[in-house]
Design a protein around this ligand. Structure first.
Ligand code: CU
Length: 471
């Protein structure tokens, strides 16, 4: 029975990956301004599951104007922002693909009743012109994100919807836009070492619209057209010469601060205006997982609006070979109004409460598109906490890190005593390498163990083998 609870997630994920990933890396590590880099068209599947083709008939005899198919998994509804063409009576079928019981309960009281895992049930509901909200009534489930809304086309968005099981912002000040373009998945595969010892690169800073969580579009500032910026991978002893360009047409001055470099703040790290460029040259003297970011004042705002990325500096002798390598940057998003930049007032709070916490720039993207590994393969993750302000406790559920290299401190696989590590604490601007092996086929969630953030987008999955521990 549990097979059917797991496989649909994996299959959905495969489809989503096939639908297109924007790799931030290229062979020459030269990054074009990103007009191209943004969004796929608004998913035609966004109203997913809703059809207005009249259903044949129903038990009550009342005319149905359509049917709605809803999936419940253990973290949300899919979809959870549903748009229908007209008000009227709909038959809603809940397919519980999760492992524990859920229901679908509408604001007017209509409910499917509790549906066990791998079971389904149908409930009829009258959708008024104003739309209505829906929750799972199991205690705690709605608060954890199992809620959504049905909206009638042309009507206001019923409050409470996100999309595709994505988390909801804690702030009630920005409503999800059901027509927002689907987020573009950031390829988490760690790039290969740049060949040679001297690297002449170009990095263009852009200002453009991006969907940072389903339903939420922000005017982000980028390095190289992606958030995070591209991952760069070099070795100790290399020379890196970056031509940094502030794209013509941008509104803001920007700058670049490589934590992996030793240069004067008021030289290479100076701000440049739109249309200007500078050359930032540095030598890789120390190995590590380093942050780079825009340091233009207020740096808090420039980081909170997307201007950060990772530099991997390997020791001169290189890193031992492993089977799979990923790079993950954790960051916070303080939601601004739709189409606007992030909210600096929220980011400035003494106790900041991010609306989203992101892995590689998009809420929950690797929950929807799991990272694939083979069971028993050696896995290495380069992880960076870009902040700007909250700590990360990076953890992969079901695994133990046998190797951790954090800020120059090393736990080595095979050490006397068999010491291991469960979570790596990363303050803002700290980075680490973690290595582990999955014990069996299955799903291994990637989280920050500060669990209040898991429901805000800081959730991914590693899929080992076919994702099914039981076959
Ligand atoms: Cu900037």
């Amino acid at each position: 029975m549990r097979r059917s609870t797991i496989l649909p997630i994996a299959l959905l994920a495969t489809a989503a990956i096939a639908a297109g990933c924007a790799s931030p890396t290229g062979a020459t590590w030269t990054f074009a301004p990103a007009g191209a880099a943004t969004a796929a068209p608004a998913a035609t599947a966004a109203p997913g599951g809703a059809t207005t083709a009249p259903a044949p008939s129903d038990a009550s005899g009342a005319a149905l104007v359509g049917t709605i198919a809803l999936k419940a998994f253990d973290l949300g509804f899919d979809p959870n922002a549903i748009t229908v063409d007209t008000p009227g009576r709909y038959a809603v079928t809940l397919d519980n693909t999760g492992a524990i019981p859920h229901d679908v309960t509408f604001a007017d009281g209509a409910t499917s009743g509790m549906v066990d895992g791998a079971k389904s049930a149908t409930v009829e509901v009258d959708v008024p012109a104003a739309g209505l909200t829906v929750i799972c009534s199991v205690p705690g489930h709605a608060q954890a994100g199992r809620k959504g809304a049905i909206t009638v086309k042309g009507g206001a968005t019923a409050s409470g919807s996100g999309d595709h099981g994505g988390p909801l912002p804690t702030a009630a000040d920005v409503a999800a836009d059901p027509n927002a373009p689907a987020p573009v998945t950031y390829d988490a595969t760690a790039p290969k070492l740049l060949p040679g010892k001297v690297h002449d690169l170009e990095l263009v800073m852009t200002e453009e619209l991006k969907t940072i969580a389903p339903g939420f579009v922000q005017k982000v500032w980028t390095f190289g057209g992606t958030v995070p910026g591209p991952v760069m991978r070099v070795k100790v002893g290399d020379t890196i010469r970056v031509t940094l360009k502030n794209a013509t047409g941008n509104e803001m001055s920007h700058s670049l601060d490589y934590h992996s470099s030793q240069v004067a703040w008021n030289d290479e790290m100076r701000s440049i205006a739109p249309g200007e460029e500078l050359v930032y040259e540095w030598t890789a003297d120390y190995a590590g997982v380093w942050m780079y970011h825009c340091g233009t004042a207020p740096a808090l705002q420039h980081i909170a609006n997307g201007m950060y990325g990772m530099v991997i500096v390997e020791p001169a002798e290189g890193l031992p070979k492993v089977d799979k390598e990923f790079a993950i940057v954790q960051s916070e998003w303080y939601l601004g109004q739709q189409g606007q930049i992030s909210d600096l007032t929220k980011a400035m709070a003494a106790n900041p409460a991010p609306d989203f916490v992101l892995f590689n720039g998009v809420a929950n993207q690797y929950k929807d598109n799991p990272l694939k590994v083979g069971t028993g393969e050696t896995v290495r993750i380069f992880v960076l906490n870009a902040g700007p302000s909250t700590d990360s406790s990076f953890h992969v559920v079901g695994t133990i890190f046998n190797t951790v290299i954090k800020e120059g401190v090393k736990l080595e696989k095979g050490n006397a005593g068999s010491w291991g590590s469960q979570a790596v604490d990363l303050s803002p601007a700290q980075g680490a390498i973690v290595e582990f092996t999955t014990a069996e086929d299955g799903l291994y969630p990637i989280v920050t163990h500060a669990f209040n953030f898991v429901g805000r987008g800081a959730l991914g999955l590693i899929q080992a083998g076919d994702g099914d521990p039981l076959n």
